[in-house]
Design a protein. Structure first.
Length: 276
C-alpha cells in the first residue's frame, strides 16, 4: 500500500481530478487527465511531461508495478483509491489515472530541428479522429503534429485516450492559424501537400516516381508537411490554395471515401516509406 486508501468518491480531491474533463479547468490549472494504464505508462516514462499525481486501485498497484515505480522516480505523488473512487475520477480509468502538465510545443523550435515529416490538422473537430491521427503520425515516424487554432483541444480526454500514449512521443503544436503554419513550414524547407479527394495528384503515382519526380510533380522523398481537413467537409478552397499540391488517395473499390484517420495514415506511411 502506497498511502492511506482513498475511499470517498465525493471527496474534493476526487472532484478536482474529475473536473479536468472540462477545458476551462484544464486551462486554469495547466494540467490535464491521463486515463488508463497504457497512456499513464507513457506519461511517466523518462523524458515525459511533469506528472503531478497518479491514482491507482489496489489491484492496479499490484498489476502494474512498473507504472508505480516509474511515477515515483518521476517525482509524482502516487495514491491508492477504491475502484469507486477511480471510477468517480474517470469512467475510463481502468484502475489508473494521472494528472499531468499540459503538453505544449512551440512551432519555431520544432522547425529548427529540421523535421522531415509533419502532420497538420486543419479544422479537425472530433477528438477521437484527432487522437487517432496523432497516433498514426507517431507510428509512421512523423517528427511533429500541428493542430490549427480551429481544431479540437488535444487535451480533451477522448483525444488523449485515442492517442494511446503517442501524445507523449512527439512534439504537438497547437494554436497557429493554418496560413501561419503553412508559411513557417515552407520557409523551413518542407513542401506542403494537402490530402483531398479531388486532388490532381494520385498518391500511388507519386510513390512510383518518388526520388525521380518530374518538374511540377511532388517528390515524396522530400521533407513534407501533410495537411488534413475537417471530417465532414475536408479542406476549404482557400485552405487548398495554401498548399503546394493537392493529393488524393486512390479508391480501388466501391467506397465513396476514406475517413480522416485512415486517409492520414495512408499518406503519412507513403511519405515515411519514400523518405526511408
Amino acid at each position: 500500500m502506497l498511502d492511506d486508501l482513498l475511499t470517498n468518491p465525493r471527496a474534493d480531491r476526487v472532484k478536482a481530478v474529475r473536473a479536468l474533463a472540462g477545458r476551462s479547468v484544464r486551462r486554469r490549472s495547466g494540467t490535464f487527465l491521463v486515463e488508463g494504464p497504457q497512456a499513464v505508462r507513457e506519461a511517466v516514462a523518462p523524458g515525459g511531461p511533469r506528472v503531478h499525481d497518479v491514482f491507482v486501485t489496489p489491484d492496479a498497484e499490484v498489476r502494474y508495478p512498473e507504472i508505480v515505480d516509474a511515477a515515483l522516480v518521476a517525482g509524482a505523488r502516487v495514491r491508492t483509491g477504491t475502484p469507486e473512487v477511480l471510477d468517480a475520477m474517470s469512467p475510463d480509468a481502468q484502475g489508473v489515472v494521472a494528472v499531468v502538465d499540459l503538453v505544449q510545443a512551440a512551432l519555431a523550435p520544432v522547425l529548427a530541428a529540421r523535421p522531415r515529416l509533419v502532420a497538420v490538422l486543419a479544422h479537425v473537430r472530433d477528438p477521437g479522429n484527432a487522437g487517432t491521427v496523432l497516433r498514426a503520425s507517431d507510428a509512421a515516424g512523423a517528427d511533429a503534429v500541428v493542430l490549427t487554432a480551429s481544431s479540437v483541444d488535444v487535451h480533451n480526454p477522448k483525444c488523449v485516450r485515442a492517442t494511446a500514449g503517442s501524445l507523449f512521443h512527439l512534439p504537438v503544436v497547437t494554436g497557429p492559424e493554418l496560413g501561419e503554419a503553412v508559411t513557417a513550414l515552407r520557409t523551413a524547407g518542407l513542401q506542403v501537400l494537402a490530402a483531398a479527394g479531388t486532388g490532381s495528384h494520385d498518391l500511388d503515382d507519386l510513390l512510383d516516381v518518388a526520388g525521380a519526380a518530374p518538374a511540377g510533380v511532388p517528390d515524396l522523398t522530400a521533407p513534407t508537411a501533410w495537411v488534413f481537413g475537417n471530417e465532414a467537409w475536408g479542406l476549404r478552397d482557400e485552405d487548398l490554395a495554401l498548399a503546394d499540391a493537392a493529393v488524393r488517395v486512390p479508391l480501388r473499390g466501391r467506397a465513396e471515401s476514406l475517413n480522416l484517420a485512415t486517409a492520414a495514415a495512408v499518406c503519412l506511411y507513403a511519405s515515411g516509406r519514400a523518405q526511408r
